[in-house]
Design a protein around this ligand. Structure first.
Ligand code: G6P
Length: 610
């Protein structure tokens, strides 16, 4: 959620913090702040609004320092405002704290501190922690110990960075449930909530684990657990380049990421297809295949767009691998004490690998002995690290808040998992080879759809005044309908619902009139004729229809207002193609409405609080 960045070294930290915050702004963007400490002053600058607002204020102050921390917020406790923005301070304004997460027992901690005479300015849970650390500093503990003691009293989640005038040679960073990564430089060190903020400066990183606390100096760092045991951390090399996190000339990250899909899908499949044997090769699942196949069932859990990918996974795994599959929202799974045991396999799908509910669901499943498989995009993320086995989707960094290329790559990887398991069961060699042949054509087929961008824009703009939308599909296109509706809601703020086309009769049909656009995803598959009947039902009620059809389909074209054509592919790969026009429709409608596509209101890219 919130973005965190910290610097200690010889350079002026201000541009490093501002640039880092801009790279993290997709995590939260309702307010932002920086805190710096130098030999003459301790200074905090914060503001409601975007990092660009903060930037103006900070540069106007002309502050210089080689020690500082910065934060971009997604509000949980207390409205977005300058007072509630981070850093939070002690009363002497000598200690600064930034925090991502939620301190659940903040009210009881606050009461105790108020009795000691501490005064609070903000409505946040974070300010409590700043005063609690101050309380331990006043008991003559070092900053490290004061933070450690304070954290031992905290219930909830945190990724924090603390700096203090009295010990201005260090940043203290600690993690529980919210990601933090150290960047190791040459006579300078960094800390951030994700590597995007670091890679312009260093590729050497150290991932903090839950319950760990680091003391970061400019030329070295040490790590302990919060119960004070020393731990030696491994340094990893990040492969990602800075060009991968820029817009490359596109007006928005979202459009860039939609357009990236021929390449991102290619990267998801690269080196994983064995045509001769009609099977996939997934290093991260090696040695686990039989255990998965022997599972009583496979559960797939996720949130948001990743949950829609999970539904596609359910259809393909059941149809081709013949394993019973259930899909559940991670937020439900984690709290309802699900019946799972060591004979179950649970797949966790997460672009960021940091979504709090998905991570908590994984902990729950692990506790119960299930085999936990991560399907993540962000390399080194918490879910990727904590799973027993896993497959990276290799879609490359996704910055736009509305997920696009991660979705198509998640489906590509689920298809690879399906192929791997299905071939070990009943899928024949020719069938396996046919799937692989179709997978290899995806890059070109996606390219064909993207070439229709101008047409899709023209059609989309005709619908930009609509107040409601219905998305309908059946079979593999039902999760696509859900995803199309979600994309539209997320970035255009138009109410949209996705439904299995046949279910329309059980309610949504009441909404249909000549004002109601209905998007049908109607490719030539086993339920094509049934979808045509559903189209007729909408037509009879004068709904406006936009249909996603296969190339060469002339039947539907005659019945509807607009069609967008996609190439035909293997049925389980269909969602990869049919979702692309829906991503573009949402994008063009939002742009037409003048909305901030990459940072839609109230949303965040990586939801690290529950
Ligand atoms: C947020 C994002 C969505 C994303 C969901 C799950 O809601 O805005 O785009 O699908 O989280 O995120 P994950 O990183 O776990 O896939």
């Amino acid at each position: 959620m919130c973005g965190i960045v910290g610097y200690i070294g010889d350079k002026n930290c201000v541009p490093i913090l501002i640039e880092g915050l801009k790279r993290l702004e997709y995590r939260g963007y309702d307010s932002a702040g920086v805190g710096i400490i130098n030999t003459t002053e301790c200074k905090v600058v914060k503001t409601k609004g975007k990092v660009s607002e903060l930037e103006k204020l900070v540069y106007a102050e002309k502050i210089q320092s080689s020690l500082g921390i910065g934060h971009t917020r997604w509000a949980t406790h207390g409205e977005p405002s300058t007072i509630n923005a981070h850093p939070h301070l002690n009363e002497e304004k000598t200690l600064f704290l930034i925090h991502n997460g939620i301190i659940e027992n903040y009210l009881s901690l606050k009461k105790g501190l108020e009795k000691e005479g501490y005064k609070f300015n903000s409505e946040t849970d974070t300010e409590v922690l700043a005063h609690l650390i101050d309380h331990y500093l006043k008991l003559k503990h070092s900053l490290f110990q004061a933070v450690r003691y304070a954290l031992n009293e905290v219930e909830g989640t945190y990724g924090i960075c603390v700096i203090y005038k009295g010990e201005s040679d260090k940043i203290i960073a600690a993690k529980k449930g919210s990601p933090l990564v150290l960047g190791i430089g040459n006579n300078e060190n960094f800390v951030a909530s994700d590597v995007n903020a670091l890679i312009a400066h260093t590729k050497q990183v150290v991932y903090l684990e839950d319950g760990e606390i680091a003391e970061i100096f400019k030329d070295h760092f040490t790590t302990k657990t919060i119960s004070d045991e020393t731990i030696i951390k491994e340094i990893f090399q990040v492969e990602m380049g800075i060009d991968e996190i820029s817009k490359s000339g596109y007006p928005h990250f979202m459009l860039k990421e939609i357009m990236d899909q021929p390449e991102s899908i290619f990267n998801s499949l690269r080196g994983r297809l064995v045509l001769d044997e009609g099977i996939s090769k997934l290093g991260g699942l090696e040695g686990f295949e039989q255990r998965i196949l022997d599972s009583k069932r496979i559960l797939i859990t996720a949130c948001g767009t990743s949950w829609h990918a999970a539904l596609v996974g359910e259809y393909m795994l059941e149809q081709y691998a013949g394993v019973p599959v259930e899909v559940e929202y991670a937020s439900e799974f984690r709290y309802r004490n699900p019946i799972i045991d060591k004979d179950d396999t649970v797949i966790f799908i997460s672009q960021s690998g940091e979504t709090a509910d998905t991570l908590a669901a994984m902990k729950e499943a692990k506790k119960k002995g299930a085999l936990c498989i991560g399907v993540c995009n962000v390399v080194g993320s918490s879910i990727a690290r904590e799973s027993d086995a896993g497959v990276y989707i290799h879609a490359g960094p996704e910055i736009g808040v509305a997920s696009t290329k991660a979705f198509t790559s998640q489906i590509a990887v689920l298809a690879l998992i399906t192929l791997l398991l299905a071939r070990r069961k009943n899928l024949s060699l020719p069938e396996g080879q046919e799937i692989i042949a179709e997978m290899k054509k995806l890059t070109d087929k996606v390219g064909t759809i993207l070439k229709q961008n101008d047409l899709i824009k023209e059609i989309s703009e005709k619908y930009s005044n609509a107040r409601n939308f219905l998305y309908l599909g059946r079979g593999y296109n039902f999760p696509v309908a859900l995803e199309g509706a979600l994309k539209l809601k997320e970035i255009s703020y138009i109410h949209a619902e996705g439904y299995p086309a046949a279910e329309m009769k059980h309610g949504p049909i009441a909404l249909i009139d000549d004002d109601m656009p209905v998007v049908f995803i109607a490719t030539k598959d086993s339920v094509y004729d049934k979808v045509i009947s559903n189209i007729q039902e909408v037509r009879a009620r004068k709904g406006r229809i936009l249909a996603i059809v296969n190339e060469g389909d002339t039947q539907i074209e005659k019945m509807v207002d607009h069609v967008i054509k996609v190439p035909k592919t293997h049925n389980m790969l269909t969602p990869i193609l049919t979702v692309i026009p829906l991503q573009l429709i949402a994008y063009h409608i939002a742009v037409k409405k003048g909305l901030n596509v990459d940072q839609p209101r109230n949303l965040a890219k990586s939801v690290t609080v529950e």
